[in-house]
Ligand binder design. Structure first.
Ligand code: F6R
Length: 616
């Protein structure tokens, strides 16, 4: 949460910093600010609200300088007011700091610094960093930062500049992400990769406990004790244009429409139709290692947890090995019983979610082998993992996750096939059929997107409802959960996902003529248990109908029975049971999007949320 952007070079820093902040605004948008140095003086502008307010302020009160820092905030300590907006300064306004994360011992530090004569002007934890650096500053910024770091507790990424050690940005990380970019004569730091893409694709992800000293065209890396480290750059293959809206009104809509490509990219090079194998060679596990896994533990947060829950159905069905699924935030604080030969799969789009990373560290300490499914090359999760399965969705900017989810499901399905193959629970024929069906997914996704106009009409009749229920069974239950999450996070409508069979144990009491109930009621005609579930869900539809509920169903194309039983019917192409979730979720994403637009909500920047949850 919170976006940091820094520039140093020979160009005018302010427009570059503002452009960087624009692509980081999804991380927080309570307030924003920028500081630059010119002729030995710090210039600073800050204001509450979105970046557009800061732009307005800079238009009437311009700033100039060729190095500086900017920040877009998601408030943790201190209200989202102008004075609490970053950057923050020391007593003499010579040192400037921007920060993402939490300084846990800031109150103790603040008391100590105040008694030493430092004057604080804000309620934030960040301000203590500026004063601590001031305390230790004797002409060299990185030395003062190293001394300050010895006293800071918590999870943080920060960047600092000083007018008295000019032409230098010092940036450090112990928790939230920090990415450094370098080009001839210039240097950059940002909280995330897309902000750097207009400038460079060669980026350095700081590790926890690392400091980078950025000077024009030169980067030095060191640990928190000041010991120099070797530079470790990654080449990012994302196209800068991918990180823009490309004619769509919102990133979320663009990303929903990118799903056929995102899924296709995730499959490329990983399906060997000749030998009926999934090729997960890039993960880096040997066949013996794959065979050694007798249990699987899936960990994620939010949408990524939903894909984990769907992954449980996939792996248990195809590989016949037991799977447990945990929220990162739960796993890290419970006392799980260690199971030998367990593969822990951490699912995280950003690769930087604090709870997922803490759970990952715990699983590693418990002796589990770790595979991470992530969308971001070089992110923290990849450095804590034994193997990495990249999802290749391209940059996901909309706060509500869409294409990342579809690609996570695709990756989990491939993982289930791989485990099924090495454990001998699938025949070559079954594997071959599964692989060729995977190749049809992008095309089927394109067909599902054609439902958008129909969904807009449905949305018009439902957008005034105050509550929604989403129901499904089996692997379709996690999709009901995901549909409810999408709706609540961007439209602020109360929505609950439930296993359809649980309705009679309580939620039936909610049903009346005002309640839309969304059923995921697809079927795989070749699978008897899918047929049974389908029949049961049809009964659930009738039960809701008899109590006057409004029925919206996502079913299979040509299913007259479901169409007739429902007030609104959204058909997806026929598929096998475990692949249907990748198709079913798309109408639910579009439904949430269209309803949120009709309610006048800001879908890319929903209130109280931020894209990367790098704090607890
Ligand atoms: C919801 C959403 C969040 C994320 C969650 C985990 O639309 O995007 O629930 O899924 O914060 O994020 P990652 O996958 O980056 O760990």
């Amino acid at each position: 949460m919170c976006g940091i952007f820094g520039y140093i070079g020979n160009r005018d820093a302010v427009p570059i910093v503002l452009e960087g902040l624009k692509s980081l605004e999804y991380r927080g948008y309570d307030s924003a600010g920028v500081a630059v140095v010119k002729n030995g003086e710090v210039g600073l502008r800050r204001c509450s609200g979105k970046l557009s307010n800061l732009k307005g302020l800079l238009a009437s009160q311009p700033l100039e300088g060729n190095y500086g820092l900017g920040h877009t905030r998601w408030a943790t300590h201190g209200r989202p007011t102008e004075e609490n907006a970053h950057p923050h300064r020391d007593c003499k306004s010579r040192i400037v700091v921007v920060h993402n994360g939490i300084i846990e011992n800031y109150l103790t530090l603040k008391r100590g610094l105040t008694s030493e004569g430092h004057q604080f002007t804000t309620e934030t934890d960040t301000e203590v960093i500026a004063h601590l650096i001031e305390k230790y500053f004797d002409g060299n910024l990185e030395s003062a930062v190293i001394e300050a770091l010895k006293e800071l507790r918590g999870l943080f990424a920060f960047s600092a500049i000083s007018a008295d050690d000019p032409q230098k940005i010092v940036t450090g990380r112990d928790g939230p992400p920090s990415v450094v970019g370098r080009v001839e004569g210039e240097g950059f730091v940002a909280s995330d990769v897309p902000a750097l893409l207009p400038h460079t694709r060669d980026v350095l992800f700081l590790d926890d406990g690392e400091i980078a000293v950025i000077e024009p065209g030169r980067i030095r890396l060191m640990d928190f004790s000041g010991k120099e480290r070797e530079l470790h750059f990654n080449r990012i293959t994302w196209d800068p244009v991918q990180a823009e809206k490309g004619g769509f009104k919102h990133f979320m809509l663009k990303e929903i429409y990118e799903q056929p490509t995102a899924v296709s990219e995730t499959l490329v090079g990983r399906l060997s139709l000749d030998s009926n194998e999934v090729r997960l060679d890039d993960v880096g596990f040997s066949v013996e290692e794959w065979r050694s896994f007798k249990n699987v533990c899936l960990i994620g947060c939010g949408t990524s947890w939903h894909s984990g829950l769907a992954g449980k159905y996939m792996i248990e069905s195809l590989a016949r090995i037991p799977v447990q699924v945990d929220y990162g935030s739960e796993f890290r604080y419970r006392n799980p019983v260690p199971q030998p030969d367990t593969l822990c799969v951490v699912i995280t789009q950003s690769g930087e979610t604090a709870d997922a990373l803490a759970a990952q560290r715990k699983a590693r300490d418990m002796g589990m082998k770790i595979l991470t499914i992530t969308n971001v090359v070089g992110s923290m999760t990849t450095r804590l993992a034994d193997g990495v399965l990249h999802t290749r969705a391209g940059p996901e900017i909309g706060v509500a996750s869409t294409k990342a989810f579809a690609t996570q499901l695709t990756a989990l399905y491939m993982l289930a096939l791989q485990l099924g193959r090495v454990h001998g629970s699938m025949t070559l024929e079954q594997l071959g059929a599964a692989l060729s069906e995977l190749t049809t997914l992008p095309h089927k996704l394109e067909k599902v997107l054609e439902l958008d106009a129909r969904i807009e009409t449905v949305a018009k009749s439902l957008f005034r409802s105050n509550d929604f229920l989403f129901l499904g069974r089996g692997v379709h239950f996690p999709i009901a959960l995901e549909g409810a999450l999408k709706l609540k996070e961007i439209s602020y409508i109360h929505a609950e996902g439930y296993p359809a069979g649980e309705m009679k144990h309580g939620p039936n009491a909610l049903i009346d003529g005002n309640l839309p109930v969304v059923f995921v009621v697809t079927q795989d005609k070749d699978l008897p248990e899918s047929q049974q579930r389908y029949e049961k869900v049809l009964n659930n539809i009738r039960e809701v109908k008899s109590r006057d509920g409004i029925i919206l169903s996502v079913g299979i194309e040509g299913d007259e029975e479901v169409a007739e039983a429902s007030d609104h019917y959204l058909p997806v192409p026929a598929s096998s049971d475990l692949l249907l979730p990748i198709l079913e979720v798309v109408p639910l994403q579009l439904l949430a999007y269209r309803i949120a637009i009709l309610r006048g909500c800001d879908v890319d920047q929903p209130r109280n949320l931020a894209k990367s949850v790098t704090v607890e």
